[in-house]
Each structure stands twice: as C-alpha cells, then as structure tokens.
Design a protein around this ligand. Structure first.
Ligand SMILES: Cc1cc2nc3c(=O)[nH]c(=O)nc-3n(C[C@H](O)[C@H](O)[C@H](O)COP(=O)(O)OP(=O)(O)OC[C@H]3O[C@@H](n4cnc5c(N)ncnc54)[C@H](O)[C@@H]3O)c2cc1C
Length: 393
C-alpha cells in the first residue's frame, strides 16, 4: 500500500560522501532529496564512532588530501580542516623507520648523512638486483621491487608487509603491482605530495552532518528490502515490494551508491572484494605510540598497521588532556559474503564482470550510479567530491 504526499526529486541510496555531497548540492538548487542508508548511521565509510572523547574511524583511517582547490574550498565551506599531516612510521622487528622512503629512512637504515651517500647505496643495491636477473625482465613483485629500491629497503619495509596485505608471497605476486616506488632524497616525512591535507575539525561526522543539513534522511533502510517507513512524514509505504521495485513512487530520479552487482540482482555473478578487519581497543594511557599510523612490516605481528585515532585530531597538550587512547590493529582479510566490501579486485574476471554491469547501468535512464560501490572502483574522498561537483544536477 502506498499513501503519498509529495514526491522527492531524488531518492539517494547511500549516505557516504558521494550521496551526501549530491544531496547537499541538489538541495542548494531547490531539489527535494531523500537519503537512505542501510547502516544504522549516516556517512558511509567516513563515519566515526566517539569513544572516550576520541573520533574513531570505524571503517579504517581516513585522511583527506587533494590538490584540487575547488574541492578543498568546498569541504572547508562545510567544516574547517585541521593541520594533520600524514607521516607514518614503520616498525620492523622493533626498529623504527620513517615513511615514505626519504632521507630520514636512509639515515635510520644506513647511517648516511647526505643525498649522495643515500643514492650511492641504493644504486649499488639496485645494480646487484639487476645483475641477478641475468638480462631477463623481473618475473614477480619481489624481483621488480628489488630492482627499484634494492635489498635493504625491500626486505625491511616492503616484503613482509606486502605479503600480509595480499596473503601471498611476493614471489607469487605479479610484477605489475609495483610499477614505481617513490624515493625522496630530502628529509621529508609527509606521506602525500598534495598541496592540501588534514582531518575535519570535529571529525568526519561533522562534515557529513553539514552536508546533510536540511535533507530528509533515513538510516536502517535497505533499498533491497521493503522496510521503508516514512510515517514521521505522514507517508506510509509498505507491502511486499522491495523499495527497488517501486522507488518511482517516491522520487523522479534515483542516485544509487550501493553495489552495482546487487542493483542488478547479481545477474552475471557476484563481484569480489578485498577487505580489512579491525581490532579496536581502549588503552589506559594518553599516548600509546606517538603517531596516528604505525606500519608493522614484519611477519612477527599478524596485523599490517596500528592506528592511534586521537593523533588525527589532537595535538600537543590535547593528547595528554585526554587520559585514554583508542587503537585499532588492521588485518588484511579474505572477503566473504556479509563482510564490508572495501577494495575492488582488479583481475580479469572482475574487470569483465563489472564492465557487463556497467553496460546495464548505462541503460537506466533515470538512475545516476556513483561512488566506489556502484562504479566498482577505488576512489579517495577528494575525487568522489570532485565528481559530484561536476555533475549537472
Ligand atoms: C579502509 C579504507 C581506507 C580509506 N582511507 C582513505 C583515506 O585515507 N583518504 C581518502 O581520501 N580516501 C580513503 N578511502 C576511500 C573513501 O572511503 C571513499 O572515497 C569514500 O568512502 C567513498 O564514498 P562513497 O559514498 O562512494 O562510498 P561509501 O562511503 O561506502 O558509502 C556508500 C553507502 O551506501 C550504503 N548502501 C550500500 N548499499 C545500500 C543499500 N542497498 N541500501 C541503502 N544503503 C546502501 C552503505 O551503507 C554506505 O553507507 C579509504 C577507503 C577504505 C576502504
């Protein structure tokens, strides 16, 4: 049964950055939007949970970075971005190294003081790796990486970390995964080369709430179920139909940011994903590891990284004003149905399958497919916002 009052211009499935930015811009243009999300909260993967006064990045650490001034200004018009600079540290069997690979790393590894000394060391080790190939091309990731950075950096900072990430030996991974390994001959631990970076002051939820200010939103509402209840708005929609099968009753157009294969009822089969699982705990100390991101680059620890969330938003004395801290160990995990889909798998099967779904999507006249799940493509946050800013709403 459907009792309707006024229709929405857009039904937006998914309240992540794509859906929320779209809703914000459309609302600004006088369009009426309804945003639904199947999760119990808004914000998609940038959502943070407040634990002990700390914004905990529930779906993995998110650092905003961009070179695009329009995107930067847009985000700052909703919420100011702080001065957080991503400068991860690597822990290999208890010894610490700065990342990305730069003069600080080389000093810690070899005791070198000048770029010339560091270059000489790397060139010597690269030449050794090239010689070992005897004129043939690198056959796997291990051989490839050795020719790009030499043995010390590879064995200390790349090999075991990569094996934990992929769940396979570097000798079994294809060479093309690592095309370049950026090396800096300056003392600069800033991970990103982008002009702008940081974390929204007050956290990502503030950004999402700002984007969705004045927009009708429903959480715990799955597009593929019939559980929509708009009774608060004096509108009741129920019955046996999935929302997907009668969304036109609610809106003129659909913005869909869920999984593309699910939209088409997995007609050609399911797309694969890679995922990460988190072990999050409170530590009874104000400062556990002294940095937001520490990579564990040996097999001694089963996790790849430990994130200490407070360092994204607390600096100097603020770190100690908050007596506890929250840390998350990250584990690369094989994806199974029901887990969070995080990273698309770029192999032949999944590329062909996602192309098939994209062809179907192109035929849906009143539907805009957008975001990482609907495009089956990894995007950082800034390119997602840039895309939406460029849509003709
Ligand atoms: C582990 C990890 C770390 C990352 N770190 C960074 C980083 O440091 N910097 C950076 O720039 N980017 C980072 N990203 C990328 C960032 O998360 C994405 O750019 C961003 O989340 C994309 O937004 P989105 O709206 O496309 O997707 P999402 O945020 O996933 O939003 C999609 C929403 O759709 C909802 N949905 C799906 N299906 C349905 C349905 N059937 N019914 C109702 N709702 C549905 C979901 O619940 C979800 O809330 C990271 C990504 C991952 C996975």
């Amino acid at each position: 049964m459907t009792m309707e009052i006024a229709k929405y211009d857009y039904l937006i499935v998914g309240s992540g950055l794509f859906g929320a930015t779209f809703a914000h811009l459309a609302t600004k243009q006088g369009k009426k939007c309804l945003v639904i999300d199947k999760r119990p909260h808004l914000g998609g993967n940038v959502y943070c949970e407040n634990i002990e006064g700390i914004n905990v990045h529930k779906y993995g650490a998110h650092i905003f970075h961009t070179n695009n001034k329009e995107v930067w200004d847009f985000v700052n018009s909703i919420v100011e971005i702080n001065r957080y600079t991503n400068s991860p540290v690597a822990n290999y069997k208890g010894k610490l190294y700065n990342l990305p690979f730069n003069m600080n790393t080389f000093r810690q590894m070899w005791g070198v003081r000048t770029p010339e000394e560091a270059k000489a060391k790397i060139e010597e080790q690269k030449a050794e790796a090239v010689k070992a190939l005897n004129g043939r091309e690198p056959q796997n990731l291990e051989e490839q990486a050795l020719t790009l950075v030499g043995k010390d950096i590879f064995y200390t900072l790349i090999k075991e970390y990569t094996e934990k990430q992929w769940g396979r030996k570097c000798t079994e991974l294809p060479a093309f995964i690592i095309k370049r390994l950026p090396i800096r001959f300056v003392f600069d631990n800033n991970y990103f080369n982008d002009r702008y970076q940081g974390i929204p002051i007050g956290g990502y939820n503030k950004l999402i709430n700002g984007l969705l200010d004045g927009v009708d939103c429903l959480t715990n509402c799955d597009f593929f179920k019939n559980d929509i209840d708009l009774s608060d708005n004096l509108r009741i929609i129920s019955g046996d139909l999935r929302l997907k099968d009668h969304w036109q009753d609610i809106a003129d157009k659909l913005v869909y940011t869920g999984a593309i294969d699910e939209f088409f009822d997995y007609r050609f089969g399911k797309l694969d994903w890679r995922t990460v699982s988190f072990n999050t705990r409170i530590e009874d100390t104000p400062n556990y590891q002294g940095n937001a991101v520490v990579n564990y680059t040996s097999h001694n620890e089963p996790y790849t990284r430990v994130i200490e969330h407070k360092h994204f938003e607390m600096f100097g004395q603020q770190v100690y004003d908050c007596s506890k801290t929250v840390v998350s160990e990250e584990y690369s995990t094989e994806y199974k149905s029901g887990m969070e889909p995080y990273y698309p798998v770029n192999d032949d099967r999944n590329s062909a399958l996602s192309d098939q779904y994209r062809t179907l999507a192109a035929q849906e006249a009143d539907v805009i497919f957008g975001g990482r799940l609907a495009e089956y493509k990894y995007y950082d946050m800034a390119p997602i916002i840039e895309q939406v800013l460029n849509i003709n709403i």
